[in-house]
Design a protein around this ligand. Structure first.
Ligand SMILES: Cc1cc2nc3c(=O)[nH]c(=O)nc-3n(C[C@H](O)[C@H](O)[C@H](O)COP(=O)(O)OP(=O)(O)OC[C@H]3O[C@@H](n4cnc5c(N)ncnc54)[C@H](O)[C@@H]3O)c2cc1C
Ligand SMILES: Cc1ncc(C[n+]2csc(CCOP(=O)(O)OP(=O)(O)O)c2C)c(N)n1
Length: 600
């Protein structure tokens, strides 16, 4: 910095290079960690990072890892995740996490280096049209051509990333702007843009009408989602209060798990394609549906024209464009979940005549019957570890600890959602919207950096984990004792399941040949490798993994051909779901690969 903190020198002290402005703006926005990877066009910023101690830079091994680590950091803290990458390939490697964050409403600021302004458009070395490429996968993006705009843009970037529906933003900074000298202004000096004012408070009349409708319901259900987690811990508290007051049954999407506790009396389990029978039947047959911070994703609705045909629908969402997007609702409420729930709880408490228990008695007995189907059941085995059993044991043995679970994508992800049982928000992190294999491990590193004393476990598949395994080097460097718990079935299990059930059991390219030895792989990185394939040895092995204070890869060998049920095949309705006891395993016996080999 060219000046000091001396107020008499304020004018001088606000003159800085672009690179200094970046660091100062990050500090003033409360940033403590950034995830990044250097390169030519960001070296001035890296030089500033070298000369300060307030912000810790975490060096990943691939820019995709930086993005997912920032997502994990953000989701587990409620803060903005920050990424720093170089131009060209540095930027293109972040596209997957940017789109992932956009779809899952994760606040992220990505700073990228760009070639000098004089070279933009000349096919310069490592040039790419960052603003053009990232426009569809960000909430907003900027190319900063004047150093005097830099502070304002970075402050705006933080505000836009974390307000309204959270999401990723990109600030592209040419190298000459990083070297140039300009004026720094702190965040509070910047007027809030009038064109961007997310609405937090819901419309009072609509909330009143919603409560009246809820009070008249005979078959109510609450369908909650990721928006409750986005809104913050107070929203989860209010959700629990609303459930307690109304005694309504509640389900949640994959993204909302933990906002209502899995041990709660009114919990129906997750809904949707791999959701519980009782949750999906309740959604199908309800007369009043209260959608709280969820977006009627196609994995939830199944066939749209058969979705919950006889219900009146209330939808609370901060993003007006989410409302009436796929499903028309009767009472739309644009606002923040926390604010709207506060009003709802107050109005419900003040109802002159509360509904009597008899009003919903028949509904409760229908739900009890659906629950009795035990739709997550599986056949236990003494000889082979069933994947569902492995998750149940992991859950039981981590109970009472401050545990964060991330996942990759596939069957293991769904079994984790079905069997782990989440009690708190922000402790379950998964790639829902984009379904990104490779998300879970770097996300877990991001979580561990934010919560050094927590137990952080990435529940992984043997295929997914190979997508970002290079980040083991990062975990080892920063002593992040993340545990990778691989449900190793030697298949891309979810792909195999679809091929088996929907493509005539032709297992095209879903068998993972030439699998690495995961124990040796861990050791090669300087981490700990473990393996278990016996159900009666699993508990001891899991405890050993938990107690190791270093990164671990746990190769848990599970039944190769287990399938994940229930399942609503795509294009089917909620009440057409496939249950475990109805699914045929005949196809398994004849599983063959493309070369005609019998697979087991
Ligand atoms: C292999 C696989 C299988 C899957 N199967 C299932 C399944 O069986 N069941 C399932 O549920 N999902 C499943 N998913 C996930 C699914 O694809 C979607 O990601 C998920 O259903 C979306 O969750 P959501 O509706 O809660 O929305 P999110 O994507 O979490 O969106 C949150 C919504 O809340 C709003 N919002 C954000 N902040 C606030 C706030 N402060 N106040 C108010 N509103 C806010 C947003 O505008 C948005 O509309 C699966 C994914 C994969 C990869
Ligand atoms: C980057 C990416 N590529 C492809 C897919 C499609 N896909 C979804 S699940 C899956 C298989 C995952 O296999 P594995 O990680 O072994 O998990 P399992 O289903 O066996 O638990 C694939 C290929 C994806 N989701 N993400």
């Amino acid at each position: 910095m060219t000046g000091t903190d001396n107020t008499a020198n304020e004018q001088i002290s606000t003159q800085m290079t672009g690179a200094e402005i970046v660091l100062k703006a990050l500090k003033d926005n409360g940033v403590e960690h950034i995830f990044g990877y250097p390169g030519g066009s960001v070296l001035p910023i890296y030089d500033e990072i070298f000369q300060q101690d307030d912000i810790q830079h975490i060096l990943v091994r691939h820019e995709q890892g930086a993005g997912h680590a920032a997502e994990g950091y953000a989701r587990s803290t409620g803060k903005v995740g920050v990424v720093l990458v170089t131009s060209g390939p540095g930027v293109t490697n972040t596209i997957t996490p940017l789109q992932d964050a956009l779809m899952d409403s994760i606040p992220m600021v990505c700073l990228s280096g760009q070639v000098p302004t004089t070279l933009i458009g000349s096919d310069a070395f490592q040039e790419c049209d960052t603003v053009g490429i990232t426009r569809p996968c960000t909430k907003h993006n900027w190319l900063v051509k004047d150093v005097n705009d830099l502070a304002r843009v970075i402050h705006e970037a933080f505000r836009i990333a974390q307000t309204g529906r959270p999401g990723p933003v990109v600030v592209d900074i040419p190298k000459d702007v990083q070297f140039a000298t300009g004026t720094y202004t702190p965040p509070e000096r910047h007027a809030i843009q009038r064109s961007y004012q997310p609405k937090l408070q819901g419309d009072a009349k609509a909330i009143e009408a919603a409560v009246q409708l809820m009070a008249s319901a005979r078959r109510p259900v609450i369908y909650s989602g990721g928006g409750v987690v986005n809104s913050g811990p107070e929203a989860s508290r209010l959700l629990r209060e609303l459930v307690q007051l109304t005694d309504f049954p509640i389900t949640s999407t994959l993204m909302g798990l933990g906002s209502y506790p899995a041990s709660g009396a009114n919990w129906l389990g997750m809904l949707g394609m791999h959701g519980s029978y009782e949750a999906n039947m309740a959604m199908h047959d309800c007369d009043v549906m209260v959608c709280i911070g969820a977006r009627f994703d196609d994995r939830i609705t199944g066939r749209l024209n058969a979705f919950s045909p006889n219900s009146k629908k209330i939808h609370i969402d901060i993003d007006p464009s989410s409302i009436n997007k796929t499903v028309r609702v009767d009472i739309p409420i644009t606002g923040d979940v926390g604010h709207v729930l506060e009003d709802m709880v107050r109005i419900w408490r003040a109802l002159p005549k509360k509904p009597q228990a008899e009003q919903t008695a028949d509904w409760k007995s229908s739900i009890a019957k659906w629950k009795a189907r035990n739709s997550f059941s599986y056949t236990p085995s003494k000889d082979v570890i069933m994947p569902q059993y492995a998750i149940e044991r992991l859950s039981a043995l981590t109970l009472g600890r401050d545990t964060y679970i991330t996942t990759e994508v596939g069957q293991h992800q769904m079994w984790a959602a079905q069997f782990f049982g989440f009690e708190q928000p922000n402790h379950w992190l998964t790639s829902g919207g984009l379904g990104t294999m490779g998300y879970g491990f770097p996300a877990a590193i991001g979580v561990q950096i934010a919560h050094p004393d927590a137990l952080v476990i990435d529940i992984a598949g043997d295929a997914s984990i190979q997508m970002c395994i290079q980040e083991m080097s990062c975990a080892v460097q920063y002593n992040a004792p993340v545990k990778i718990f691989i449900l190793n079935n030697q298949y891309m299990g979810m792909v195999r399941q679809w091929q088996q059930l929907l493509h005539g059991n032709r297992l095209s390219n879903s068998y993972t040949e030439a699998m690495p030895d995961f124990v040796k792989l861990a050791e090669a990185y300087g981490a700990v490798g473990m393996r278990c394939d016996k159900p009666d040895q699993l508990d001891d092995a899991i405890m050993e993994m938990i107690n190791v204070k270093r990164p671990v890869i746990f190769d848990c060998r599970v039944a190769n051909l287990a399938n994940c049920f229930p399942m609503i095949p795509s294009g089917k309705a909620h009440n057409e779901m496939l249950l475990p006891d109805e699914a045929t395993d005949d196809a398994v016996a004849t599983a063959i690969d493309a070369k005609g080999r019998q697979l087991v």
